[in-house]
Design a protein around this ligand. Structure first.
Ligand code: AMP
Length: 394
């Protein structure tokens, strides 16, 4: 069944519960350091307000695992939201119960209500019907606009739709799904995937699924060394998952059979230890010294990957090319940001670290779409259905 979106639903004057992802990063003082997650759902909230819906927002913050943890209150979000929305935000000190029901039943449209952290209740994590039912008492219509939690079986994204007659997805979810459909289901070709990051094990499912869909696959970051080991190179102390060496060979074999071009680094920045002040040098991947480790791609690899991207018409990128948090090993990832930014392809970037790198280079606006999902993004790349999206299909 197809998904209804908020603009297909009759929400005028109704109590509308919107599941959002306001799990923003906070510093030690509890100040929000990046409010992208709040900004990204403003179109949905503003649409609902224009339709004169009584808006109730629900989110989690951190992982309190069913216990009240004052450091994970959504209060800082309420303050920021008020500023961004230009409207009062009433912070409820609970997310379910009689008191909250009274609050939402008296909303008059001059303010929106933000419920307290859903994960203060274990029923949220456990996808419990009882908790979902309690939440559903607060509203007439339910909308999920929390793409980044849609891979989780949580009560406010999965069990909840059982208790509403009217439900659908918000505009952020719509945007995410539209871009993924364009990239994965009927892409303009060549379709190139760039997969990086620490370990093969974190992205095995994505590699196995993508290898059946893409025309070219670029693998960088720590995971490249398991592949390089598999094809017979000595990679010194680089990150290698011995158990996955055979799996890497199998993936390379599938690529060969399907005529997918598979690109690995040809040179790398090696270091004598995993530290920003380590001794470093550039070597070919054939010549990594025995006691050194590869922590970034080298300049010849950057040139090669740039060549590969030349004629790309769709690019999907997840994961950095090196341990880019340390300046000494950031050059490859930042160069990749520039290469992707320069491409005329449809460019979809996602996964916690990748957007951080894009942001650091100041190229957010040069990408076609930066996904808000980390785990959810990977699960889409794996070709697996997301429980939160399936629940919206009814
Ligand atoms: P992931 O969360 O799987 O995308 O992995 C991201 C992490 O991988 C980042 O924190 C990087 O520092 C790390 N990483 C990338 N390349 C390497 C490498 N060559 N060796 C060790 N860690 C790496």
């Amino acid at each position: 069944m197809s998904i209804k979106y908020i603009n297909d639903l009759d929400i005028r004057g109704k109590r509308l519960l919107i599941r959002v992802d306001f799990n923003v990063p906070l510093d030690e003082m509890g100040n929000i350091t990046d409010d992208t997650r709040i900004r990204s759902v403003l179109p949905t909230i503003n649409y609902a307000l224009d339709e004169e819906a009584k808006v109730i927002l629900a989110s989690h913050m951190g992982r309190p695992k069913g216990k009240i943890d004052k450091s994970l209150t959504l209060e800082p979000v309420a303050r920021r939201l008020k500023r961004l929305l230009g409207k009062d935000v009433l912070m409820a000190n609970e997310c379910v119960g009689d008191d909250v029901e009274k609050i939402v039943n008296s909303i008059d449209g001059d303010y929106v209500v933000l419920l307290e952290n859903l994960r203060f209740h274990i029923g949220e994590d456990k996808n419990e019907d009882n908790f979902a039912k309690e939440l559903s008492k607060l509203a007439d219509v339910y909308v999920n606009d929390a793409f980044a939690v849609s891979h989780r079986k949580n009560a406010s994204v999965v069990a909840i739709t059982k208790f509403f007659n009217e439900y659908g997805a918000g505009f952020l979810m719509k945007k995410e799904l539209n871009y993924f459909t364009r990239a994965m289901e009927n892409p303009a070709r060549p379709l190139v995937a760039i997969i990086g990051g620490g370990k093969v094990s974190n992205k095995l499912g994505a590699l196995e699924n993508l290898i059946k869909k893409v025309d070219k696959m670029i693998v960088g970051g720590g995971m490249a060394f398991t592949f390089l080991k598999a094809i017979g190179y000595n990679v010194g102390k680089s990150l290698v998952e011995e158990k996955l060496v055979d799996t890497a060979l199998r993936i390379l074999d599938i690529a060969k059979k399907r005529d997918v071009k598979f690109y690995l680094p040809v040179d790398c920045v090696v270091a004598d230890r995993f530290e920003s002040k380590a001794k470093t040098k550039i070597t070919t991947v054939q010549e990594i010294p025995k006691d050194w480790m590869g922590l970034d791609i080298g300049p010849a690899t950057t040139a090669l990957f740039g060549e590969v991207l030349q004629n790309a018409r769709t690019i999907i990128w997840n994961g950095p090319m090196g341990a880019f948090e340390m300046d000494a090993f950031s050059r490859g990832t930042f160069a990749m940001v520039n290469l992707v930014a320069r491409s005329h392809a449809l460019k979809i970037v996602g996964g916690g670290d990748t957007d951080v790198a894009v942001n650091k280079v100041g190229k957010l606006d040069s990408m076609s779409y930066i996904s808000t999902g980390g785990g959810a993004f990977i699960q889409i790349l794996e070709g697996k259905p997301l429980p939160g999206i399936e629940a919206l299909r009814g």
